[in-house]
Design a protein around this ligand. Structure first.
Ligand code: XBP
Ligand code: MG
Length: 260
């Protein structure tokens, strides 16, 4: 294992319900629109990856004005730009914490020379807003590559973002581990041939995942993982030893259905 490739929303932090959703609702208000997304409706809309694509999907589903596709697209772009400004303000003001165990695993990667990359469908400005708040002004130095929504033609579950991250890292798919929280993210990693470790996001507690190396409820909940985490580990968090244990177990003998 030479690299860990991180998804952002839902994986590094629970940014969707209290971050992007709230920012979208503020943007709707700012644009004089009566639309509001409940936490529940937003969960349904997460099936569509990409904030602007999600908004366009909802506009189409509700047949709202403007009817002209070009005008509709332009309005979605304006709202989305405002949403990202609101999101950055939320990150500066109240902020959203990193999920437990994320920082520990990042530090473990740094101290052991495991390269890190970001592979996300979210916009670069949003990644910057989140990681500057947690890792400081020099957050970019933590990562060998940062591949975002605007760098790809197709968003997850398309594997493009992973192909770009692997190329920048100069590692083969099987030399990396993807950290994901959602089915579209896991599908993208799978399609690129990268073994995926899923720490289920809050919106994906009961979701059905395709093939994964391991899956659990959080890096801080070792007892929730399947296959089981290393019983001997002294750490309260899932870490690189667990990744190596899962890889070795996968290569040594067959795994239960659904796991690879
Ligand atoms: C999750 C997404 C994103 C965010 C909003 O990305 O689908 O669209 O919800 O971000 P990740 P944008 O791959 O990090 O889980 O509005 O910038 O698209
Ligand atoms: Mg995610």
């Amino acid at each position: 294992m030479k690299a860990v490739i991180w998804d952002v929303d839902g994986t590094l932090a629970e940014t969707e319900r209290d971050g992007h959703r709230v920012a979208f609702n503020q943007a709707f208000e700012q644009h004089g629109l009566p639309w509001r997304w409940s936490a529940e409706r937003y969960g349904e809309l997460l099936a569509v990856t990409g904030g602007r694509e999600r908004l366009l999907f909802d506009m189409q589903a509700r047949a709202v004005e403007p009817a002209d596709p070009h005008e509709r697209d332009a309005l979605a772009r304006r709202i989305h730009a405002t949403k990202n400004e609101m999101y950055a303000a939320i990150m500066r003001q109240s902020g959203i914490p990193l999920r437990p165990g994320v920082r520990v695993l990042m530090e473990q990667c740094r101290s052991r020379g495991i390269l890190m990359a970001i592979a996300t469908t979210t916009s670069r400005d949003n990644v910057t807003a989140l990681l500057r708040a947690h890792l400081g002004e020099n957050w970019r130095e933590w990562f060998h590559a940062v591949v975002c929504g605007e760098d790809t033609a197709a968003k997850k579950p398309d594997p493009e973002v992973y192909h770009l991250a692997l190329a920048a890292l100069q590692v083969s798919p099987t030399e990396a581990i993807a950290m994901e929280d959602s089915p579209p993210g896991a599908l993208a990693a799978n399609a690129a041939g990268v073994p995926v470790v899923v720490a289920r996001g809050a919106y994906f507690r009961d979701a059905v995942f395709s093939t994964v190396l391991a899956i659990g409820d959080g890096l801080d909940l070792p007892a929730s993982w399947q296959p089981p985490a290393l019983p001997t580990s002294a750490s309260p968090f899932i870490g690189l030893e667990d990744f190596e244990h899962w890889l070795a177990a996968r290569d040594g003998h067959s795994m239960p259905a659904g796991l690879v």
